[in-house]
Design a protein around this ligand. Structure first.
Ligand code: NAP
Length: 252
């Protein structure tokens, strides 16, 4: 809770499904009001349905907002919606992300740019807008979704790996800029988590990947959301500029 005992306010980008949906749920369970974000009007009904469920289950306020974070104007509008609706932005989780895989030699500029624009520039747009509000409040938590692929690289994902490595640089630099204002910025680097994003794997690919994971299973969205909940809390005030891998031991 904030000093005057208002609920904290979290914006979770890309929270219609997968990891973002679970993060929105986890932060609502922690008592925060939540802005649930879809990439467009088309998927707004999923965001609205989640917002209703969070309000019913946890007694918080939740607001669905359609915004393509790659678009500077829409990203600014997303943060403004939180400020207009709830009066503050305490927690920003930059979770929105896409893949457009292919070998580098055959990858089009369009596929490279689309992934950078959403995964990296989208995170930058939202950080820039939210940091202004957090600096005034002198409290904030920024949590950016990277990937183990951004740390170690992956064949067939030069665009995605570059975007997720970029997110790490963005996070560390922001952490240095904002630490004195009581604002932390950390990156979470998931391994393979069972969502729509990893649904496209064949059974053989899934088996090969699982064989490399110490825990012997793909991760669940909740495995990521639990860490985000902690990083968003008062208890995590001395953790900033870090990249935390949540991969069941895959990168060991
Ligand atoms: P997902 O199931 O494919 O969901 C992606 C989410 O991002 C959806 O809510 C989607 O909204 C939203 N989104 C896409 N483009 C957007 C845009 N331009 N503006 C706003 N929202 C947008 O993905 P996921 O597996 O949960 O992944 C979530 C994050 O974790 C991503 O950043 C991903 O790179 C990262 N990650 C995932 C894994 C994994 O194994 N799954 C591993 C490492 C990192 P719509 O429904 O409106 O399209």
């Amino acid at each position: 809770m904030t000093e005057n005992n208002e609920r904290r306010v979290a914006v979770v980008t890309g929270s219609t499904r997968g990891i973002g949906r679970e993060i929105a749920r986890e932060l609502a369970a922690a008592g925060m009001n939540v802005v649930v974000n879809s990439s467009s009007e088309r998927s707004l009904p999923q965001a609205a349905e989640l917002a209703r469920a969070l309000a019913d289950e946890f007694g918080v306020e939740a607001m669905p907002v359609a915004a393509n974070v790659a678009d500077e104007v829409e990203a600014n509008a997303l943060i403004d919606a939180a400020l207009d609706g709830f009066g503050r932005v305490d927690v920003l989780v930059n979770n929105a992300g896409i893949t457009r895989d292919g070998l580098a030699a055959r990858m089009s500029d369009d596929d490279f740019d689309a992934v950078i624009d959403i995964n990296l520039k989208g995170a930058f747009h939202c950080c820039r807008a939210a940091a202004k509000a957090m600096m005034k409040q002198r409290w904030g938590r920024i949590i950016n979704m990277s990937s183990v692929v951004g740390v170690y690289g992956n064949a067939g994902q030069v665009n995605y790996a570059a975007s997720k490595a970029g997110v790490i640089g963005l996070t560390k630099s922001l952490a240095k800029e904002l630490a004195k204002r009581n604002i932390t910025a950390n990156a979470v680097a998931p391994g393979f988590i069972a969502t729509d994003m990893t649904d496209a794997l064949t059974d053989a690919q899934r088996e090969a990947i699982t064989g490399r994971i110490g825990c012997g299973r793909l991760g669940e969205p909740a495995d990521i959301a639990h860490l985000v909940r902690f990083l968003a809390s008062d208890e995590a005030s001395y953790i900033t500029g870090q990249v935390i891998c949540v991969d069941g031991g895959m990168s060991l």
